[in-house]
Ligand binder design. Structure first.
Ligand SMILES: Cc1cc2nc3c(=O)[nH]c(=O)nc-3n(C[C@H](O)[C@H](O)[C@H](O)COP(=O)(O)OP(=O)(O)OC[C@H]3O[C@@H](n4cnc5c(N)ncnc54)[C@H](O)[C@@H]3O)c2cc1C
Length: 440
């Protein structure tokens, strides 16, 4: 048990140090003295992923380490511990966690609990998806993706079997929303650039197919921005398949709803988010959890039927004044974290918490080859301008000048020099390909 340094103080325990949890802790640091509190933050990693840069890290535009924010320097007055959260006992007000890579369990008691455990990738429920489908959610996924792309080029360069060569050079991405559309464009741009270094490959042979079940990609944006994005991706060489879904996945082919069986060794699922399974182990009563497994909150961010348990970010359902849930986005998670810090300070000062009223500032997608689409307030922008806005906005949003300079120097070097197309082979999150079967 972690003893309180000052038994009279109030302890706030935050589960998850991603966008929501880390910004909640950072904002609360200014109230620590006034409220006589200590904040204890637990996460399985000692960094949080700055998600807007994860795809670029996975396609070689930036160094993967530069796409994360280390938590210890970010949170100077918070007690940070790495831990795998295992369960919570709300009656005893205790959190149980495991020291990562060990079987040593620890517990910590709380006066207020903040749940900010994020979400997981929604892997479609089709045969073979869980075994062979990939995702891009963690830093390891991003590093493995880049490694995989180069490994596939190497395999294709020396392949004697035509079907294996076709499968190696074909990358299928499922889901045409922000993550899928950005990944398709940036991966195709990477393959186009990398293929120049292979004597027996051409960029035309390196295929990326984006499979989207609805009738347009980026459906959260206006139809004209979706149309621009689809047009740009097609010009880059991405095969955009609308009104199509994946029915079955194998190591070397996928079957589409059109009946086609297409050769591919790499499928990446970007079909949205699912609840973090650990939420089901937190022993929250059924009235606090919706039918899918997300945590239901009141508008002041308190978990329903609790006075001292709060939830923010992707794991929580928080609605605006009209009852519409806020979308699972970093910009919302971050601001929910800050609102919660202020609400905790209010409650500890004996004042009522305020409702969380935030507006979506806009949506931006970087589509590869220096193009993008953006909707900011009433403005719609596409092309190079949108791409520049994307870069400027996210560099500004990154915490700390050293991190901003690292990203800008990565981008500058990327403009001036060729990327390193090396297969490190150090990351094993992607299983090896199985036996090649005949496929179209
Ligand atoms: C590839 C990708 C790109 C994205 N790009 C954008 C974008 O450009 N703009 C945007 O607004 N949104 C973007 N998003 C969405 C955005 O990342 C999320 O909405 C945001 O991260 C949610 O913040 P969060 O704090 O709720 O969750 P997270 O940031 O995921 O943080 C959750 C934290 O909980 C920790 N955790 C989870 N389970 C456990 C456990 N059992 N034990 C210990 N720790 C645990 C995790 O390690 C993590 O640090 C993107 C998402 C992805 C996957």
């Amino acid at each position: 048990m972690e003893p309180k340094p000052n038994p009279a103080s109030t302890r706030i325990v935050i589960l998850g140090g991603g966008f929501a949890g880390a910004y909640c802790a950072e904002e609360f640091e200014r109230y620590l003295q006034k409220t006589n509190c200590e904040v204890f933050l637990l996460d399985r990693h000692n960094y949080f992923i700055f998600y807007p840069f994860l795809i670029e890290a996975g396609t070689g535009g930036i160094e993967p380490r530069h796409a994360v924010v280390p938590l210890r320097p970010f949170l100077k007055k918070t007690h940070f511990h790495t831990g795998e959260i295992e369960s919570v006992d709300p009656a005893l007000q205790k959190v149980f966690y495991r020291i990562p890579s060990t079987d040593q369990m620890r517990e910590v008691d709380y006066d207020h609990l903040v749940i900010a455990l994020g979400s997981t990738t929604r892997m479609l429920n089709v045969p073979g998806m869980r075994e062979w489908g990939r995702e891009i959610k963690t830093l390891a996924d991003a590093i493995a993706l880049r490694d995989r792309a180069i490994q596939m080029l190497e395999q294709a360069e020396s392949a004697t079997d035509g079907i294996r060569r076709t499968a190696s050079l074909h990358f299928v991405i499922v889901g045409g929303n922000f993550t899928g559309a950005e990944l398709a464009g940036q991966l195709k741009a990477l393959l186009n650039r990398a293929s120049r270094f292979y004597r027996h490959l051409s960029s035309l042979e390196c295929r990326v197919t984006l499979v989207e079940i609805s009738d347009r990609i980026l459906s959260a944006l206006d139809p004209e921005l979706s149309a621009y994005a689809a047009q740009h991706l097609s010009e880059l060489g991405v095969d955009v398949r609308l009104r199509t879904s994946v029915q079955e996945v194998s190591p070397d082919w996928v079957r589409l709803s059109t009946g086609e069986q297409v050769a591919t060794s790499t499928l990446i699922c970007c079909a949205g988010v699912a609840p973090n399974p650990v939420v089901s182990k937190l022993n929250l009563p059924f009235e606090s959890i919706d039918g899918k497994g997300y945590i239901l909150c009141n508008r002041d961010l308190r978990v329903r039927s609790f006075a001292n348990v709060w939830a923010i970010g992707d794991c929580a359902v928080i609605t605006d004044a009209k009852g519409k849930p806020y979308p699972a986005m970093a910009q919302h998670a971050l601001r929910e974290g800050r609102v919660l810090a202020r609400n905790l300070a209010r409650v500890l000062a004996g004042q009522p918490p305020l409702p969380c009223d935030i507006k979506t500032r806009g949506s931006i997608a970087a589509l590869g080859d220096h193009r993008g689409v953006a909707r900011i307030g009433r403005f719609r922008v596409s092309g190079v301008t949108a791409w520049l806005i994307n870069r400027a906005y996210y560099v500004w949003a990154l915490p700390g000048w050293s991190r901003r300079l690292r990203i800008v120097s990565d981008w500058t070097l990327d403009l001036l020099f060729s990327r390193d197309y090396v297969h490190l082979g150090a990351h094993t999150t992607i299983p090896p390909t199985g036996n090649t079967r005949r496929a179209a």
